[in-house]
Design a protein around this ligand. Structure first.
Ligand SMILES: *[C@@H]1O[C@H](CO)[C@@H](O)[C@H](O)[C@H]1NC(C)=O
Length: 345
């Protein structure tokens, strides 16, 4: 009996190991694909790369004449000089106003849009509010309204609207707590990009695309089928509209055969209007980052949804605490029993 049980367990372990190995291999291939699509210094004009490196080394403002960026032969395949922010004022107001939810989550805007205007005087900078956002959907994507209006967490509406506004107009999307540090013109020279998330996938707090980009189209079309309720707010937001959704869409794009096309020589000179790239950490969050962090605007984060959800369900914290200590208790009990058995012998 014990023997057969052991064999079943071994088989199960083997199957689990094979599945994990397969998933890890797929993830590894996807990650290396994302790295091969990195925007690098070689994608900028040499003079610009040198000026950027020099200004970073000396910590001085970057001096560069952006008019020298090669004029595009086909501007419609490139990212337009537009920045979109989304600010749904008092997103959680109806919950925060309840007397049993004393909270001080800020509801002022952030200085991020102003900083972006200062560094990009030739750009159009839009800050979308809830009314204007719903109006755009009503006018052009009314098929999505039932999903949009019924999202459980308001932040899902912000996430979903990002993809619609980027499909509709194109440009650079930035969360309210992401700020500009210098001109974004060097980052407009491709049909689109997502920043690389560490360790896996891509982020959705900042991304760029030409108007009508194929990935954006796929994303808006698949939001409805991803509207899952995974019980916990963070997990639900992450998978239905957030970074996991964005990463899965990029991966889907990759598995549809795009990767094969680009792997042939890893050429970035392709003029394909639906090509996309990845923004490496060095330009996204590290040494040569184009972006900074602007305080304020974080009110709309997933953390608010999580906090509010937990305030209504304090017992979940108890359960989580119990669940996290259980393995230690079991090990401790086993060890005690083991010691007792040793003594018996
Ligand atoms: C929302 O944005 C629109 C368009 O920018 C503007 O006309 C309107 O006044 C804004 N509404 C609120 C409540 O701020």
């Amino acid at each position: 009996m014990m023997f057969r049980c052991g064999r079943g367990l071994k088989l199960l372990t083997l199957v689990v190991l094979i599945v994990l190995l397969y998933a890890a291999t797929q993830q590894y291939l996807f990650e290396s694909f994302l790295r091969r699509r990195y925007i690098t210094f070689d994608d900028f004009p040499k003079a610009y790369s040198n000026a950027l490196k020099a200004s970073t080394a000396d910590n001085t403002p970057l001096e560069y004449d952006y008019n020298t960026f090669p004029p595009s032969t086909n501007a419609s395949t490139l990212i337009p000089p537009t920045i979109h922010f989304i600010w749904f004022r008092d997103l959680y107001a109806h919950q925060l106003d309840r007397p049993d939810h004393p909270s001080h989550i800020p509801h002022e805007g952030s200085s991020a849009p102003q900083l972006c205007i200062e560094h990009n005087p030739s750009f159009t900078v839009n800050v979308w509010n809830a009314t204007a956002a719903r109006k755009l959907l009503e006018d052009h994507y009314s098929w999505f309204l039932p999903t949009y209006d019924n999202y459980r967490y308001p932040i899902q509406r912000v996430d979903a609207f990002k993809y619609f506004v980027m499909y509709h107009y194109g440009g650079v999307y930035m969360d309210m707590d992401v700020a500009c540090r210098r001109s974004l013109i060097p980052l407009l020279q491709t049909p689109g990009w997502f920043p690389k998330a560490e360790p896996f996938g891509v982020n959705n707090d900042l991304f760029a695309a030409r108007q009508g980009h194929g990935i954006m189209q796929m994303m808006i079309e698949r939001l409805e089928s991803r509207d899952w309720n995974l019980i916990f707010p963070y997990v639900t937001i992450f998978w239905s509209t957030g970074p996991q959704f964005a990463s899965d869409m990029v991966r889907r794009w990759y598995s549809k055969g795009w990767a094969k096309r680009y792997n042939a020589g890893d050429s970035k000179q392709d003029s394909d209007a639906d090509a996309f790239y990845t923004l490496p950490p060095e330009f996204y969050s590290e040494k040569y980052t184009f972006f900074g962090h602007s305080p304020g605007g974080t009110w709309h984060g997933e953390d608010v949804a999580v906090v509010l959800w937990l305030v209504d369900r304090p017992w979940v914290l108890l359960l989580l605490a119990a669940a996290s200590t259980t393995p230690f208790m079991i090990v401790a009990m086993r060890m005690r029993r083991l010691r007792q058995e040793t003594f018996k012998v």
